[in-house]
Design a protein around this ligand. Structure first.
Ligand code: HEM
Length: 409
């Protein structure tokens, strides 16, 4: 008969520690919270019964552990009868975002095939042109109005405009889609208030209607998608909109905010073509747009050296793993010149992000187009973030036009 030992006994919930993590969206402050979580690890029990996994090596192994699977529709049917009353959760679970085999690879394959590095490289000219137009439009408006919001007016609509061009949505719908994606992603967040979840439900219905209409009309009159004759299903389009927009906005917003806080000579140096990749990768390490990958054990396994029974829910902490000093020396220091060691900003294993090449291409194009305009833009307030903890994307960054006398306006 097995006995409970220090090793196998489930630890008590770390209420205060988890509470302070839930209250901390700012990546400047998260380093200290992550350090405490790692010290309390390797598994930290949350008050809702799930376990947080903060260590780099533990997250790395868990992301590719076949015993750890998504919280899919079948699991919800068993545990939470009536969960289908939430359209946002339903739509998320009916898409590849939350599926497991055998459905998952079938739905995932066409998305991966359409967004390979090769196809994104072939579309690079189009992506750069689209980003350049958006940045120039933003700078023009800033010149006229003297004030703007970098997130609302540039970083939020831009990834949606690129997606519209790729799959054939009308370009005028970019703002609408960006707004819907932002609200719906709350449905995939942990510990959100009821009013936010209800808003996500309402908006999910709206997005599904939009996508159904789009796929129906597309059958009769193709809208010239840059991805060619790929015809995604409603569920696949839903996944692209929900997973691809707020994440890219997060990356672009962080890049913009970081650059605007640098002195001019550093701005010039980090945006030089040979340094752009380092800046993008360090931005993704320091504040990954997806901070948690949530999984459940569908059979007994081992995580962080501890036995994990079937049914256990785990939050694999990508954000904390990226600040693990065992992997990254001086991890809380933002250093675009550091010797880059890959992390998991795009996940790992069977759910690895199919949009990784597209997101990096947009970020590189953003640096290329935005860098020459940096002397014309000033931060005029603090960057505001969503509460998180999984998604903490920037939702506002007020900027103003630099003084005409010093910057030629
Ligand atoms: C900086 C931008 C982005 C980041 C940081 C990011 C991050 C991630 C991560 C971490 C996952 C895996 C989640 C998990 O394992 O639970 C994921 C999945 C996914 N991403 Fe991205 N993503 C980004 C941009 C995009 C873009 C541009 C698209 C497409 C337009 C996209 C589409 C998807 C899809 C469809 C999935 C689900 C894949 C699956 O479950 O098989 N993402 N993303």
């Amino acid at each position: 008969m097995s006995t409970l030992t220090e090793e196998t006994m489930p630890p008590a919930p770390a209420r205060e520690l988890v509470r302070s993590w839930l209250r901390t969206p700012d990546p400047e402050d998260l380093g200290a919270v992550y350090a405490e979580l790692r010290a309390a690890g390797p598994l930290v029990r949350a008050p809702w019964g799930a376990f947080l996994v903060p260590g780099y090596q533990d997250v790395r192994r868990a992301l590719v552990d076949p015993a750890l699977v998504m919280l899919d529709a079948a699991w919800r049917d068993e545990r939470t009868p009536g969960w289908r009353a939430s359209p946002a959760t339903s739509a998320l679970c009916d898409s590849l975002l939350m599926q497991n085999p055998p459905e998952h690879p079938v739905n995932r394959r066409p998305v991966v095939a359409a967004l390979t590095l090769r196809s994104v490289t072939a579309l690079d000219g189009m992506i750069r042109a689209q980003v350049r137009v958006a940045v120039e439009q933003f700078v023009l408006t800033l010149r006229q109005d003297r004030a703007a919001d970098l997130i609302d007016d540039l970083c939020k609509p831009l990834p949606a405009a690129v997606l519209c061009r790729l799959v054939g949505f009308p370009g005028r719908d970019a703002g609408l889609l960006a707004g819907l994606a932002s609200v719906i992603s709350t449905g995939g967040e942990i510990r959100r208030p009821l009013d936010e979840l209800l808003a996500a439900d309402q908006v999910a219905g709206q997005l599904l209607c939009y996508l159904e209409q789009f796929t129906h009309q597309r059958d009769r009159s193709a809208n010239g998608p840059a991805l060619g004759d790929v015809t995604f299903s409603v569920d696949q389009l839903f996944a692209l909109v929900v997973a691809g927009l707020i994440t890219t906005t997060h990356l672009l917003g962080n890049l913009g905010d970081r650059l605007l806080r640098m002195p001019p000579e550093q701005q010039r140096s980090v945006t030089a073509p040979e340094h752009r990749a380092g800046l993008i990768e360090e931005t993704l390490r320091w504040d990954p747009p997806v901070k948690l990958a949530t999984r459940r054990a569908d059979r007994p396994t081992v995580v962080g050296g501890r036995p994990v029974p079937a049914g256990t829910v785990l939050h694999l902490m990508i954000g904390a793993a990226h600040r693990d000093p065992a992997r990254y020396p001086d991890p809380d220091h933002f250093d675009p010149g550091r010797d880059h060691r890959p992390g998991f900003p795009f996940g790992q294993g069977g759910h690895f992000c199919p949009g990784a090449a597209l997101a990096r291409a947009q970020a590189a194009a953003f640096l290329e187009s935005f860098a020459p305009h940096l002397p014309a833009v000033r931060r005029s307030g603090r960057l505001v973030r969503r509460a998180g903890p999984s998604f903490t994307e920037p939702v506002g960054l007020p900027v103003s036009a630099a003084r005409p006398a010093t910057h030629g306006f």
